[in-house]
Design a protein. Structure first.
Length: 82
């Protein structure tokens, strides 16, 4: 069985952007502070629209905020195809 996970740079980006609080980020993207806490801890993978809102809040690409990791060999093959 393969293992998939989404990691993120939300906490680091908050601090690079004027030490933004979890509450401030939550208000800007329309979720609760608890949701931001869960995302940062890797306990919750956000929906795609929320992931885009978070990235846009920081002015970066979604790939700079979120990274998808898998140990599934098929994913590695697909990742290298154009």
């Amino acid at each position: 069985m393969s293992s998939d996970r989404v990691t993120n740079q939300v906490r680091r980006l908050r601090f690079e952007n004027g030490e933004m609080t979890q509450q401030q980020l939550a208000e800007r993207v329309g979720v609760t502070r608890q949701t931001i806490i869960a995302i940062e801890a890797g306990k919750y993978a956000p929906s795609l629209p929320l992931a885009f809102r978070i990235a846009r809040t920081f002015g970066v690409s979604i790939e700079r905020v979120f990274q998808y990791e898998s140990d599934n060999p098929l994913y590695e093959v697909l990742k290298t195809e154009p």
